[in-house]
Write a protein that binds this ligand. Structure first.
Ligand SMILES: N[C@@H](CCC(=O)N[C@@H](CS)C(=O)NCC(=O)O)C(=O)O
Ligand SMILES: [Fe+2]
Length: 305
């Protein structure tokens, strides 16, 4: 079966090489997350991908040092923010999208299957009727194959479920922001054991991304240092992943991948910030409404996950 979205994205990647997007990465040491500012040098229109709100869970306190680095970069380069893109509802850090939107503008967007995630986490946290589970906390929801532009740079949206039901990868010019599908070749792939996660779907999703042209630039959402490497890196190519990804190089079968992923996931601890992250990120990065005393609370479900 031909995948017309991948065919279109492949042509886009090849055409974009002459005029690539400018990409600036911001690495968050606390959560190993890479956020990006991507812009069109010709028009200075830009998108921010997977921003991080600092959070101290012991104190229940948010911080803006990470987000302010992005604000400073955007101002220094005089960029206009059109989009605040999330690859998925992150389980390991809080999104700074609402803070950045207030400072810089832009629309907050995620994949349409966020509605599935909102329903399951809405139930888990027993969220009240103020929590709409229809995606309306976000300004825009993408479908697989959607296309838009950042200035003159073409973008194609890929729905790549498996880590969660609502993961997107964004093909921006000749670069793909892969979200949590694969990581650098020497680390492997994302876990598939969160609610709604599925190792078989994850395999299909990452093989789909790897159908793009071999020179396609790939940008990771995380780097967890593998044994034997002590510098953080986040950029690779389709060719490199296909040749060297320790979990999913060419030749690994779906069944082999699923067996590896399931065995590995059983041994992984929950992310340190999973409870605050999913409660906030299912609301597009907004905190739950304040209680009668004016204070906002985050819950911890006991023995439920
Ligand atoms: N130790 C990290 C783990 C975070 C984590 O589970 N990350 C997910 C992506 S949200 C993953 O796929 N991890 C793969 C792995 O740890 O091997 C934390 O506590 O934040
Ligand atoms: Fe994730």
């Amino acid at each position: 079966m031909t995948d017309s979205t991948i065919a279109h994205a492949s042509a886009q990647v090849i055409a974009a090489r002459a005029k690539p997007a400018a990409i600036k990465a911001f690495f968050d040491d606390a959560t190993n997350t890479v956020s990006y500012v991507v812009h069109d040098p010709a028009t200075k229109r830009a998108a921010i991908i997977d921003s991080v709100l600092d959070f101290d869970p012991a104190a229940g306190r948010t911080g803006f040092a990470s987000a302010d680095k992005i604000v400073a970069f955007v101002k220094e380069h005089d960029l206009g923010i059109d989009w605040l893109l999330e690859t998925h509802a992150h389980a390991d850090h809080l999104s700074a999208a609402p803070y950045l939107q207030e400072k810089l503008g832009g629309k907050i967007a995620i994949g349409e299957h966020i509605v599935t995630v909102q329903n399951s986490f809405g139930k888990l946290f027993n969220a009240g009727s103020d929590f709409q589970r229809d995606g309306s906390d976000f300004d825009h929801l993408w479908k697989d194959g959607d296309r838009f532009q950042i200035g003159e740079i073409e973008v194609t949206v890929l729905h790549v479920p498996g880590h969660t039901p609502a993961d997107n990868a964004y093909v921006i010019g000749d670069a793909v922001f892969v979200g949590d599908t694969m990581f650098m070749p020497d680390y492997g792939t994302a876990r598939a054991d969160f609610p709604g996660g599925d190792a078989r779907q994850l395999f299909q999703s990452l093989r789909r991304i790897l159908k793009l042209p071999p020179e396609t630039r790939l940008f990771m959402c995380h780097d967890y240092l593998p044994e034997g490497r002590d510098n953080y890196i986040w950029e690779t190519t389709v060719a490199d992943e296909r040749a060297h990804n320790v979990h999913a190089h060419d030749g690994v079968t779906e069944d082999e991948f699923v067996a590896m992923r399931e065995a590995r996931d059983i041994a992984l601890a929950m992310p340190r910030l999973i409870m605050p992250s999913i409660q906030v990120n299912m609301r597009a990065g907004h905190m739950p409404a304040p209680e009668e005393n004016g204070i906002r609370y985050l819950k911890i479900p006991v023995n439920a996950v």
